[in-house]
Structure formats: C-alpha cells, structure tokens
Design a protein around this ligand. Sequence first.
Ligand SMILES: N[C@@H](CCC(=O)N[C@@H](CS)C(=O)NCC(=O)O)C(=O)O
Length: 205
Amino acid sequence: MLNLYYSPGACAMASHIALEESGAAYEATRIDLRKGEQKTPAYLAINPAGVTPALATERGVITQNAAILAFIAQTHPQRNLAPVGDPFHMARFNAFNGFLGSSLHPAMGRVLFSRPPLEGDARAEAVEAALARLQLVEDGLLEGPWVLGDDYSLCDGYLMVFERWARGADLLDPARFPGLNAHLDRAQDRPAVRRVLEAEGLDRV
Ligand SMILES: N[C@@H](CCC(=O)N[C@@H](CS)C(=O)NCC(=O)O)C(=O)O
C-alpha cells in the first residue's frame, strides 16, 4: 500500500490532498520536523534528503511534491486530477508545480522559516521577493477559478498550501490578492481538503 511521509501543515500537505482526492488506499506517517524526525537514520533511509514528503510505493520511493502529484494523477486518470491525456496541458501542469517547488516555496520558506528569523532589511527584502512571486500567480498563472481554468487539478491543492502560509503570516492582502484569497477559500471548501486538515490536526485559515 502507498505510504505518505508528511509533516502537518508543511508542503507535503499537497501530496496528502492528492492522495485524498484520488481515492487511493494509503497510509500516512507523520514526521515531526520540530523534533528533527526527518534527520533520523530510519527516515534518511527512506529519503536521504531528509525532507518531507516522501511517498513509498510498491516500486520504490518517490520524493518531490511535483513528481508525487504527477504520479498520483497519472495512476488515477478516472479522477481527472490533471490533464494526463494531453502532453501540452500536462506540461503546463508540471510547469506550474515546478514554479511552486522551485520559486514560490523557497521564497515563502525564507520569510517564515529562516533560523534565526530574518529581521530589518533582510526580512523586508525576503517579504518583497515572496510577494512578487505571489503576484505572478495572481496576475496570470492562476487562470481561475482553478489554476488550470475551469477544472480542479492537483496544482490547486499545492498552491493552497502556500496561500495558507501567506494568509497565516498576513501576507495575503485581499485588496492586492483577490484571486488568491478566493482560490484559498474555494480550495478549503473541498471535502478532500477538509479531511486532510482534520487528519493533520489543522484548522481552516
Ligand atoms: N521541493 C521539495 C521541498 C521539500 C521540503 O523542503 N520540505 C520541507 C517542509 S515544507 C522539509 O521537510 N523541511 C525539513 C528540513 O529542511 O529539515 C518538495 O516539494 O517536495
């Protein structure tokens, strides 16, 4: 059976939502980042990079949200979680998730998780960089109502994670980011997302 290694509220929530949307039978194993469980020998044997998520499958472990989302969508085509039958649109799906993983996530992470916390000019610069990436999504990457247009896809659960982080840090000004705010509310209304929030012990933001 599939086993997802995740940390509550962290980026692995995208993969958790994907599994829940897919209807797959899976187990979920919690890794407490604050306790350093991602650096234990047992977990490093699963993902030597020492980060979550990791998805254990019968064929081996898959890491990186973008790869896990594509795998789940392609192995559950009947759920329409990605445009798996169209190479061009599938490339768009992968490009959006690549942008989240390589650009928005690191920018948000720098603001929220730098240790020691950033202060003064360094924090202001990091906030500006994160806001600029959110603006790219607001101004066009998010087609609306969902990321890829009319149909929900696994891009949406992934984007929602960073929208939650941004709202929680008061960075999601409704006047500047009306599209992202509406998208976050819409995503959190989905039954699969609600189930994941409950399983991870988190509230709607
Ligand atoms: N690009 C990776 C990022 C994975 C990642 O950085 N995960 C964070 C949580 S959001 C983590 O496990 N950090 C633990 C650490 O750095 O010690 C992905 O999308 O899977």
